[in-house]
Design a binder for this molecule. Structure first.
Ligand code: ADP
Length: 317
């Protein structure tokens, strides 16, 4: 067995079409105010990893006081380098899958979060799936049918832009199915996510938490700025009228479908730079514990390849 797993992983990587990544950068300990509101306190996002009552009003949408944009950007950069390395290892080791579920009110920044994340992964390993109003064909099946088809395979990363949670959010708010139907879905979602995690999928769910005021500003910006006008939709203003009902639906979805294996992260998202920091950090925290195993497996692959090569060179079969 090789004594330097990092080098083995590196040589494995260099054989691939993906450029070698810079050395791992460790994030410095950042001491922000730790806030605990029925949540497990993390530095930046609020991790919810067990069934509980959630009150979104108690969770800030703003960064902690004293945190500057410059600090956050520097911290994000360090964490993102580590995330890039971990995502590569996940891909090359091919043992686990990563599923990121992004939910949030209109304008909460789902697209921007995805854009940021995609800077640190590559097309080979990552796919984004957007879930819109279901087609007639999709509606002819159970609500998880279209979702399961997009679940990531081993070594793959899938990012869901909206998800199966719409079936307990928009569907509930607009009463698209009777209450007993959408209510039964919390348990169905939990069973579905248990199936995914039991099959080595690392499931991380993010609620991008913005204030009602911030949403108004973002919607008005779309009218002011020519480049953003294509995003204008009267539907967004209509949905905004249902703000409280959506918040309640989110509180239930988050509180009833949270587990250690498939936790939610409530992300203060009024500032994009803080949102990116919180999401990046949560991903790094979730992937770090797997690093040793992935490196070990890649080392074994490398050692096996080396043994085959030296047998070939020495003329032995
Ligand atoms: P986005 O707002 O995510 O950028 P769209 O403007 O196309 O994208 O919105 C997609 C719409 O599809 C949203 O209004 C969302 O609520 C809706 N949608 C997604 N899933 C479902 C579902 N299962 N049932 C009804 N509507 C859904």
């Amino acid at each position: 067995m090789g004594s330097n797993p990092t080098l083995s992983a590196r040589s494995f990587r260099e054989k691939s079409t993906v450029a070698f990544r810079p050395p791992l950068l460790r994030p410095s300990a950042f001491t922000s105010e730790l806030r605990t509101v029925n949540t497990v306190a993390m530095a930046h996002a609020h991790k919810i990893d067990r069934v509980q009552k959630v009150n979104l009003k108690e969770i800030d949408t703003d960064p902690p006081k004293g945190m500057t944009k410059e600090e956050a950007l520097a911290e994000t950069q360090k964490l993102a380098s580590e995330m890039e390395e971990l995502l590569d290892l996940l891909f090359f080791a091919g043992q686990h899958s990563l599923l990121l579920v992004l939910q949030g009110m209109d304008t909460s920044g789902k697209d921007g979060t995805i854009r940021h994340f995609l800077n640190y992964t590559h097309a080979q390993s990552c796919r984004v799936a957007s879930f819109k109003v279901p087609t007639a064909h999709e509606l002819a099946h159970d609500f998880l049918w279209r979702i399961h088809q997009q679940a990531p395979g081993k070594g793959e990363i899938a990012v869901f832009n909206r998800s199966h949670y719409e079936d307990v959010l928009v569907v509930r708010v607009h009463e698209l199915v009777p209450k007993d139907v959408w209510h039964g879905r919390y348990a169905q979602i939990n069973t579905f996510e248990s199936l995914l995690t039991a099959s080595n999928t690392i499931v991380l769910k993010f609620f991008l938490h913005i204030s009602k005021k911030e949403q108004e500003e973002r919607l008005l910006d779309r009218e002011k700025e020519v480049e953003k006008a294509w995003k204008l939709s009267v539907g967004d203003w209509k949905e905004r009228e249902q703000w409280s009902r959506y918040q309640e639906a989110y509180e239930d979805a988050i509180g009833k479908c949270a587990s250690a294996e498939a936790p939610w992260h409530v992300v203060p998202a009024d500032h994009k730079w803080y949102r990116n920091l919180a999401v990046t950090e949560a991903i790094v925290h979730a992937l770090r514990p797997y690093k040793k195993t992935w490196l070990k497996d890649l080392t074994e692959v490398g050692e096996k390849a080396k043994a085959e090569l030296s047998a070939f060179r020495s003329g032995k079969p």
